[in-house]
Structures are given as structure tokens and as C-alpha cells.
Design a protein. Sequence first.
Length: 345
Amino acid sequence: MTKAALLKSINFLLFFGLSLVLMYFAFKNVSISILAEGLHKANYSWLALSLSVGILAFLLRALRWRLLIEPLGYKPSVANAFHAVAIGYLVNFALPRAGEVSRCGILRKTEKIPFESLVGTVIVERTFDLVCLLILLASVFFIEVDVFGNFIYNLAVEPLNRKLVGLGGSYLPFVATLGLTSGLLLICYRYRHQLRKYRFIAKLFKLAKGVLMGIKTGFTMERRVEFVIYTLLIWSCYLIMTWVVFYTIPATSHLGIADALFILAVSSIGMTVPVQGGFGAFHIAVSLGLTLYGVSKEDGLLYATISHESQAIGTIIIGLISLTYIFVRKQKPVKATSHEQDQEH
């Protein structure tokens, strides 16, 4: 086994182990019989709409990606861009974040576009997705301020307050932590050129620069209006997918589109955890978020399971179809162009 293969195997096992730990804590002390009964009685007809919208989101991602590639002097087909995106999401079930690299590799082979250029476009995409997530969180805070405020309070403020009370009510540790963090940031900025000599620090600086360049590129590109529209449509698809699954079980059928906005924000945070397909992290985040609406832990996990696993199955199926298509097409002999045929004669 080569060193690269060994590292990939180790990464897979580490992420998979983390996913199992998260799944254990998500379903700990939960009645499996209640979950099984809920899965049996669920109305799965709504999943057809959810999965259809999910496929549309893939297509919109492919169209948005093409907007970033065209300024490089290439115009990939919609089909090739779609298959590359689908395969990328499939790869994420094996190694988190590896799908972004994989889809660049797929499009490089099908469209002969330089790999490094494609990676740059993906950075721009992910930068804007991050911006959208931050905007979503801000929007949810104002639209669902009572629910979101309670979520933040229960998750962070209350535990911190208990620790401070345990320290005699002193806020000195909080002030000291804030001062230390600010001091470290100032030192990093002051000695940024020296710190770049260290490989890990250099990668962090490069990542930050890529994010800033991504934002700048998105606002200066010629077809930026189309790019923003595609981005809004993609996140609208995610919102619809979250919303319609509410109607699969009685416990969440009373929730509306504004509530779906909150659950989408919470689930998006869960999906940022580096585990295969968000397993475990998604379930914990969504079930915790739904408890703020009076939904029991069992019903919250039931919703999370139906939502996540249906999307996962759909993603795997579409990814396998795309992978098969690319493989079969690669095996077919390439027909000679008319110019090449003339030269032969």
C-alpha cells in the first residue's frame, strides 16, 4: 500500500469513527421501537417532491459552476458539469470534503480543463455558500428570534453562566479569555510574514486569502447577477426540501416555512462537521433544533432520519448513475472529427 493510500485509509477510519460516535450520542436513550413504528407510519409521498427538488439543486449547482469556469476560456457542457457535481457528492460519503477535489478531477478528464483552475472556482463557490449560510443564520435570528435566541441561550449562554457561577460569579475568566484571544490575533497579524514560514500556518493564510478572493471574484465577475440568482435558487431548493419533509410525520406537520428556515440553518451547521455525509452531526443538530418547537427527541430524530437518509439515498443513486455514465462513455471509442478524416484520406 502506498503512503497516499494509507493516509486516505486512516482519514476514512478516523472520520467514520467520529461519525459512529456522533450517531451513538444522537440515538442514545432513544426507543428504537418508537422510531421503527414512526418510520412505518410515515407518509413517504412527500419525499418524491423533496428528492426532485434535490436533483434540481444539483442542476443549479452545475449551471452556477459553469459561470465561474467560462471566464477561464472553457465552456463545459451542462451534462458533464452535472455529473461531476453528482460524483463529488457521492465521494463525500467516503471522505468528507474530498468530493470537491473529485469533481474537479472528473471535469478535467471530460473537458480537458486544468485542474488548478477548477479548484479556484470551487473555492469561490464554497466562499459564497459560506456567506449564504451566515446570511441565513442572521435572517433566522431576526425572523425566529424567540426560537433562535432560546437555542443559543441553551446551547452556549446558560452553560457558560453556570461555569461562571461555579467560579463565584466572577467574569474575570471571560475577560481574560477575550483579552488573550485578541492579543493572539494581534501577534499573528504583526508577525504574519514570519509565521508563513510554517507550512500549517501558511495553509491557513492561503485559505483565508482564497475566501477573500472568492468574495471579490463573485462581485466583480461579468455575470454576477446570474451567479447570485443561481445561489439564491440553490438555497431555496434546500429550504423547500427541509419544509416538505415536515409533512411526512404528524409531530412536525404543523411547522411552517419560517420554521423550516431555522431547521435548515441548524442542519447546515451540522453538515459542516467533517464526517461522511453528515451522519450523526445532522441528526444531533436537527433533533436538538426541533425540541425548541416542543417536538420530542424521538420525533425529532425520526424527522432527521427520514430527511437525511432520503437525501443520502437519492445522492448515492444519482452519483452512481453519473459515475456509470462517465465510465461507459470513457470506454466508447472516440469518433474522428471531419478534419481528422480528411487528413486520413
